[in-house]
Design a protein around this ligand. Structure first.
Ligand SMILES: Cc1ncc(C[n+]2csc(CCOP(=O)(O)OP(=O)(O)O)c2C)c(N)n1
Length: 244
């Protein structure tokens, strides 16, 4: 019988510690299975941002380094420059990548550094209890916007794929989601394409995962998937934004 699914080799057999329904684990699994398929597991270094994303260290058997909040891209650029043969990835949340680390992200992208960024957009600061992030949707209630995000007070949701696509440095930028099976397949392809850009030395690549946060959104896992599909994808359209 043809085997259609196998657990990626580099994924530890730990019990998953993410909240029920959280799509962080889906992103981690995709990344590991693509690294395995591309035979890159042994030469990949992962740079973790701070937040729920850093939990991935418990599941992904890669050389990994934790960085101060927001500094993942700067650290990844440094590793790549010291060790160009290493495949360097970052794994970051929206607070990490688009708020405290906005400068680091934009400057690495602008330099076209040959690293691959995995960006998990769950529209809030997950680990610290669901505060507003730059990607929080308008009217969305968070612990720091209890009456909903209001553009006059809090600004507008930031679309990192569009913002980074305005720079000349990046070579591959795509936005995907894991909310259903067809999209998981597309996400896998985008992860593969992004990593291939790095293997080919083309420069900065990023895959944004439009994700969920059932716990801080106050929704059941299924409701959170519906919310992501209806509200998140309306603000953050999927697709390939740059592919040079
Ligand atoms: C310099 C610094 N500021 C603040 C914090 C506190 N902190 C830890 S995790 C986190 C939020 C992370 O949110 P995000 O990057 O969106 O990732 P998620 O938890 O949603 O995956 C914050 C603010 C910190 N660790 N270091």
């Amino acid at each position: 019988m043809k085997k259609i699914y196998a657990r990626p080799k580099g994924l530890y057999r730990n019990i998953n510690g993410y909240c029920p329904g959280c799509l962080h684990s889906a992103a981690g699994k995709i990344i590991m299975s693509v690294l395995e398929e591309m035979d890159l597991l042994d030469r990949t270094a992962m740079v973790d941002g701070v937040g729920c994303c850093a939990n991935n260290d418990n599941y992904m058997d890669l050389d990994a380094i934790g960085t101060p909040h927001g500094r993942a891209c700067a650290t990844a650029s440094a590793i790549k420059r010291c060790s160009p043969e290493t495949i360097v990835i970052t794994y970051q949340g929206d607070g990490d990548l688009a708020s405290i680390g906005l400068a680091e992200t934009m400057l690495a992208a602008n330099r076209g550094d040959n690293i691959t960024v995995f960006f998990i957009n769950n529209a809030n600061y997950g680990m610290t209890g669901g505060q507003m992030a730059p990607t929080t949707l308008l009217d969305m209630k968070t612990t720091t916007t209890p009456f909903g995000r209001n553009p006059k007070e809090h600004g507008y949701p930031m679309d990192m794929c569009k913002i980074l696509s305005a720079l000349r440095g990046p070579s591959y930028i795509a936005r995907v989601t894991c909310i259903d099976v067809p999209n998981v397949r597309k996400a896998r392809q985008a992860v593969k394409d992004a990593l291939q850009h790095q293997v080919d030395g083309k420069g900065f690549s990023m895959v944004e995962f439009v994700s969920n946060c059932p716990t801080n959104w106050g929704l059941t896992p299924l409701e959170s998937l519906r919310f992501a599909k209806e509200r998140m994808l309306a603000e953050y359209p999927l697709g390939v934004y740059r592919n040079l």
